[in-house]
Design a binder for this molecule. Structure first.
Ligand code: SAM
Ligand code: SF4
Length: 342
């Protein structure tokens, strides 16, 4: 149990001295893709729509986070957040808050072609788009859906709308790993910053296998076949990606930057600044911890902001030190990535 003096404090602090100022809000558990590392092909149960936070409830929690706890960044995710019909309203409400935090969206970009301009107008400034390959057949193998063209259209609409774009890619052995340099060049040519993410044990099929995972070391070696990578000296400021400046291996021409998020082999738990809300309104202090605290139920029963804030602080106080690092202790949580909110 958290000491009373901490519950009167202004932040989301934990037993190890970390303070959470980055909020991830999942907007839905549903998705229009079925990426093999994230969702099963079929059979995943979803919470009913009335169990999900409404736009007004999300706005209230974001306001509590920013006004009481100093949350400075909010990233909307899922499942696929573009499936929320009220997404523009969610963004507009949060952008209109006094001292509004910086708002961003993690999406597979399907449907973004039609909504990028409206999202920018509502106050969104950044998108992280998941794209593991630019080969149509490999895309269909990884996502189990033939929608590469929709993702590419979404990316270019986001670019035209003025959104800052990062691309997230997960490499799978024997599927898309050899094409990592091609994907990087494709992103660099278009001005998108690519970040490779080590595959984490967050698939509900529990098929993740440490020996099959492409490690950060392997990613650097794969990219070194075409590029020279130099570590970026700029401070990481709690950001999960290790950034590198990229030069063409043949000509030496500077091409941009790339990030590697080594969640498993070079874990950054000690510097974690995250707090999470699931789509059904539970605080989750860590991706890898099954401990969740319901704040939506109490809110719907009339709990005032003070009580909601205290529940949130207690949940964060109990945040685990780490996710079991690079050992066999690594926890495989019950909910998969799409249900927690990636
Ligand atoms: N549907 C949106 C998307 O794909 O961007 C948002 C939700 S998705 C769960 C968020 C991010 O989690 C994506 O970049 C995806 O690649 C990543 N992700 C999902 N499962 C993962 C896993 N097992 N290991 C590493 N990253 C994963
Ligand atoms: Fe859907 Fe994103 Fe998971 Fe792929 S990674 S299945 S797009 S939630």
């Amino acid at each position: 149990m958290a000491p009373a003096r901490l519950l009167g404090s202004s932040g989301l602090v934990d037993r190890f001295g970390r303070r959470a100022i980055d909020l991830r809000v999942s907007l839905t558990e549903r998705c229009n893709l079925r990426c093999t590392y994230c969702m099963p092909a079929a059979g995943l149960p979803f919470a009913p729509d009335d169990a999900l936070m409404t736009a007004a409830e999300i706005e209230r929690l974001v306001r509590i986070g920013s006004s009481r706890f100093g949350v400075r960044k909010v990233r909307f995710t899922g499942g696929e957040p573009m499936l929320r019909h009220d997404l523009v309203d969610v963004i507009a409400r949060c952008a209109a808050l006094p001292d509004a935090p910086e708002l961003s969206l993690t999406t597979n970009a399907i449907g973004l072609a039609h909504r990028a301009a409206a999202l920018y107008a509502a106050g969104l400034r950044r998108v992280n788009v998941s794209l593991d390959t630019v080969d149509p057949d490999t895309f269909t193998t990884v996502t189990r859906r033939p929608f590469l063209d929709k993702v590419i259209a979404g990316l270019s609409a986001a670019h035209d709308a003025g959104l800052d774009i990062k691309v997230n890619a997960v490499l799978l052995r024997g599927v898309n790993d050899d094409a990592a340099p091609e994907l990087l060049r494709w992103c660099l040519d278009r001005g998108y910053e690519l970040r490779f993410i080590e595959q984490m044990p967050l698939d509900p099929d529990h098929a993740w296998d440490r020996t099959e995972m492409i490690t950060a070391d392997e990613i650097r070696a794969l990219l070194a076949t075409s590029f020279v990578l130099t570590p970026d000296e700029a401070p990481r400021d709690g950001a999960p990606a290790e950034r590198y400046r990229v030069q063409d291996a043949g000509t030496g021409a500077p091409l941009g930057t790339v990030g590697i998020i080594a969640s498993i082999t070079e874990s950054f738990c000690a510097d974690c600044t995250r707090t999470r809300l699931t789509a059904d309104g539970h605080v989750r202090s860590c991706l890898f911890s099954d401990e969740e605290t319901d704040v939506l139920g109490p809110m719907r029963s009339g709990a005032p902001d003070d009580e909601v804030a205290e529940l949130w602080q207690r949940a964060m106080w109990a945040k685990p030190r780490d996710h079991g690092d690079d050992t066999d202790d690594l926890v495989h949580p019950t909910r998969g990535m799409s249900a927690i909110g990636g």
